[in-house]
Design a protein. Structure first.
Length: 285
């Protein structure tokens, strides 16, 4: 199978605030990772050795909680340009930005980003904040992404970063988005773990355009948390969240997933077919 890891953090870590980088710095392969940031070829070799063909490089703007500025968009665009067939650039726009919809257009047309990442606990807004006026720019972002067929990856679930506001990570807050923008492709990163996994599953079963992405959940426990995973296999995406705190190597994650008692057609859907539908193999135009 041509496996896609739908959630990898290849980010400019030098932009991170000290308290945030301290968490990431605990990873046992930190030294190698820093080298991969400078040399995409080395990261591609690591992916190949791990049994993974493509990686979705998740970047987002979070100046107050993590430290990332809008520079991450240009950075990930340049990094992925080394091999856009295997490296899929994902960036972000804050709803407080002036004309956020126009910025989404620029990210797609000029930087060739393949999806948008919104991290409500780190960006400090509710996903449905366009309804009560707390984040009105979200409506413009969603409208453009729906029209341009750009997926939105929502962080759902909790975060251990000190300044994160975890109430914004509740999956049910995304329900309004799925109702109001029915043609928007929505990815629920981390499946609401660990507090709201049933909510995430409910949204996937209710909306055909909503996908459950299982990164940062230990694969060996996946069927404990989602015992009906096979029943929604057409809307599930494999991801690792590597090299997040406590996340094993990509190859170890994949091996654990392949050891689960799932039918071959379910594995293929989650590892290959669904990612190719959400993140098509066509190179950026």
């Amino acid at each position: 199978m041509r496996v896609t890891d739908c959630h990898v953090h290849i980010n400019p870590v030098w932009e991170m605030l000290p308290h945030a980088r301290a968490l990431v710095g605990q990873h046992p392969r930190r030294a190698e990772f820093d080298g991969w940031l400078e040399h995409p070829d080395r990261f591609l070799d690591y992916l190949g050795a791990s049994g993974v063909d493509r990686a979705v490089l998740v970047n987002y703007v979070s100046p107050d909680v993590v430290g990332y500025s809008e520079k991450v968009n240009e950075w990930v665009s340049r990094y992925a340009a080394h091999d856009p067939r295997r490296l899929l650039a994902v960036g972000s726009v804050l709803p407080s930005r002036r004309e956020p919809g126009r910025e989404v257009e620029r990210l797609v047309d000029e930087l060739h980003l393949r999806a948008l990442k919104l991290h409500p606990p780190h960006q400090l807004f509710a996903p449905n904040g366009y309804l009560d006026g707390s984040a009105p720019g979200l409506h413009e972002i969603y409208e453009v992404c729906e029209r341009r067929e750009v997926p939105i990856i929502f962080h759902t679930g909790t975060s251990v970063f000190p300044r994160a506001r975890n109430r914004f990570g509740q999956p049910l807050l995304v329900e309004d988005v799925a109702i109001d923008f029915p043609r928007l492709t929505i990815v629920l990163a981390h499946g609401g773990r660990p507090l709201w996994m049933e909510e995430a599953m409910f949204l996937v079963r209710r909306f055909p355009n909503v996908y459950l992405e299982v990164s940062s959940i230990p694969p060996r426990r996946l069927l404990e948390y989602f015992p009906r995973l096979a029943s929604v296999s057409g809307q599930v995406l494999f991801g690792t969240d590597w090299p997040g705190p406590g996340v094993k190597d990509i190859g170890e994650n994949l091996a654990e997933f392949l050891s689960l008692p799932l039918p071959e057609e379910v594995r293929r859907a989650i590892l290959e077919e669904n990612p190719e539908r959400v993140f098509p193999r066509r190179p950026p135009s």
